[in-house]
Ligand binder design. Structure first.
Ligand SMILES: *Cc1c(COP(=O)(O)O)cnc(C)c1O
Length: 589
């Protein structure tokens, strides 16, 4: 029998000692630091910003990425070239004196780290440690292991993952942090489990580890998967695993069932060693359970850090009408009553700021009165950036009917993604052919944090056309929603949850092929978006405030981090004892 208690729930409250350690290969920490590539890194940064705001006891580990991701250049014909983005960690961070080592192939590599203090709204600090192998004594190759985010081949990647996972675990201990939850943000960090198992074994051979040892590790680990298709999971061959990680570790991982189709699968490794795992949207949780049916995988839908992504004019308007929104984003629900003229005026300011930036960067002067669509994200082929151009004649007809149409594109293709680069070239070529007095199409170079913020706040409609079910979540549409900008999107990822047809935006209907989905895209533009935009500013303003109220209030990291805290890190446990519940209910009257 449980002892009777006056509380219906036993909270594992934040422990008085012990913290969460959050591991991510990329984190968008500061707009001046090129330590991220896209959505995953932005999500990690937004998570930490909200954790700092909410006072969650947490520290984070990532790699320093001294040469960044890459700076994108597009030539006149639309061909992408890349340049490294060297930066100086000491301009932003403080070097820690601690040193640890990891074994890579048959070498011992020394790791140091840089601390960046992320300060929350009320002064709580989340330290972010950027691991760095550019240390005297390491070989030239090893000194470059923490240089390039997603650069090099899979050998380089596995070596980086050893530095992140195993180096991070040892660094946390060397820094004196008492960690009771290790959060793996995507499979790149999965090797932290091996680091923990080795420390559990006191450095002894892994082959001797028992179920109890593994259970001790599992108790401390939680995992978030971000990938909805098997090909997207981080995998390494047995040969690579033996050569880089070592034979003993590889044998243990094989025995534990972390290999799939003859490959070491980092998602599987993370799942095997986690007491809790989640996908990043309701649909993505379901897709993940279908891929890994032997695991219980929950869903915690992504969000964005509202004060980071809401434009200055919208922030001022919200401060005036809903002052509590910064402290607790749920108050954005009250945006349902915002005065129409105020939200229209604030959006117009954000739109003008965007169009000024477009003019500065490209010399193209666009009209703030004209309906403007935005499409910006990694130029991965599944996102289908050219879907809008499927039927150029029809697009031109719609533009004419709308009294003009402006479309802004941006996005980088990974340097080794030739189809992605071809897609950018195609968009730019089509844009050149199609642009005229009525339809204006611009591709902006070097999509990153600053441009992302301007675009999601300044366009009128945010367009997304992923091929289902490749979009695990998507977060740029959430940034748009917080700025009152509705989405026109395929029902995939977060939009399945966020779309209320005609209230928060519009769904592009599922079709059997690209042509059918393009057809639905045109239909929605022509019959829903254009008439509302051109005929009734009041109705458009109501759509905007619905978008903030219904989607801005939910798709934020303020809500998301609270869910992680209570569902993943320190779960609420229900004491199933009816008598206690009755007592409490009686007490509550
Ligand atoms: C928000 C953001 C993303 C994520 O965009 P999705 O459309 O969700 O893929 C990618 N890159 C940058 C720079 C961002 O700000």
């Amino acid at each position: 029998m449980q002892p009777t208690s006056s509380k219906p729930f036993s909270y594992e409250t934040f422990p008085s000692s012990g913290i969460v350690a959050y591991f991510s290969m990329e984190i968008a920490i500061n707009p001046g630091m090129p330590t991220y590539s896209g959505g995953l890194g932005v999500l990690a940064g937004d998570t930490l910003r909200s954790a700092a705001d909410l006072g969650v006891p947490l520290v984070a580990f990532t790699l320093v990425h001294r040469k960044g991701y890459f700076q994108q250049h597009l030539d006149r014909a639309g061909f992408q070239s890349e340049e490294i983005q060297p930066w100086n960690p000491s301009d932003f961070c403080t070097e820690e004196p601690a040193r640890v080592t990891v074994s890579v192939e048959d070498r011992v590599v020394t790791v140091r780290c840089w601390r960046y203090d992320l300060v929350g709204r009320y002064g709580h600090v989340v330290p972010i440690y950027l691991l760095d192998t550019d240390v005297d004594g390491n070989s030239g190759w090893d000194r470059g292991l923490t240089d390039h985010l997603y650069g090099g081949d899979t050998n380089y990647r596995l070596q980086q993952e050893i530095v992140l996972g195993m180096g991070g675990v040892r660094m946390a201990a060397a820094l004196g942090h008492r960690v009771n939850v290790f959060h793996m943000n995507e499979g790149h960090a999965a090797l932290l489990t091996l680091g923990l198992l080795e420390s559990q074994m006191g450095g002894g051979p892994l082959g001797a580890s028992t179920e109890t040892d593994i259970e001790q590790v599992r108790k401390k680990c939680v995992f978030t998967t971000h990938t909805p298709v098997p090909a997207g999971h981080d995998r390494f061959s047995t040969e690579q695993s033996i050569r880089i990680l070592g034979g003993d570790r590889t044998a243990r991982l094989e025995k534990l069932g972390c290999f799939k189709d003859g490959m070491l699968n980092m998602t599987l490794l993370a799942l095997r060693f986690s007491r809790y795992a989640n996908g990043v949207a309701m649909q993505h949780g379901k897709v993940s359970r279908e891929m890994f049916p032997e695991f219980a995988i929950d869903s915690i839908t992504n969000g964005v850090h509202a004060p980071t992504w809401v434009s200055e004019p919208i922030q001022e308007m919200l401060d005036q009408h809903i002052p509590a929104w910064r402290r607790d984003n749920l108050y954005l629900r009250n945006a349902i009553d915002l005065p129409e003229k105020d939200i229209l005026a604030a959006h117009l300011s954000a739109k003008k700021a965007l169009l000024e930036e477009v003019a500065t960067r490209t010399g193209v002067v666009l009209d703030p009165k004209v309906l403007t669509l935005g499409f910006a994200r990694r130029a991965a082929t599944y996102k289908r950036a050219t879907l809008l151009f499927t039927d150029p004649k029809r697009l031109l007809e719609i533009a004419t009917k709308a009294g003009g149409l402006q479309i802004l594109f941006a996005g980088k293709a990974h340097p080794q993604d030739e189809p992605g680069k071809a897609l950018i070239h195609q968009v730019i070529e089509d844009a050149g052919k199609l642009s005229n007095g009525v339809l204006r199409i611009v591709y902006l170079e070097n999509y990153a944090w600053d441009l992302g913020a301007l675009l999601t706040a300044g366009v009128d409609v945010w367009v997304n056309t992923p091929r289902r079910p490749y979009e695990a979540s998507g977060t740029s549409g959430m940034k748009a929603a917080l700025n009152g900008v509705p989405s026109l999107s395929i029902l995939d990822g977060w939009w399945i949850e966020g779309c209320i047809e005609g209230f928060t935006g519009w769904a592009i209907e599922d079709g059997a092929n690209d042509e059918e989905e393009a057809n639905s895209l045109y239909q929605k533009l022509e019959n829903a978006v254009v008439p509302l935009y051109t005929q009734s500013p009041e109705k458009w303003a109501r759509l905007m405030r619905n978008t903030v109220a219904l989607n801005g209030s939910f798709f934020n990291t303020n809500r998301m981090v609270k869910q992680y805290t209570r569902n993943s890190y320190y779960p609420v446990k229900l004491i199933e004892q009816p008598k206690v519940r009755e007592e409490v209910l009686a007490h509550q009257g």
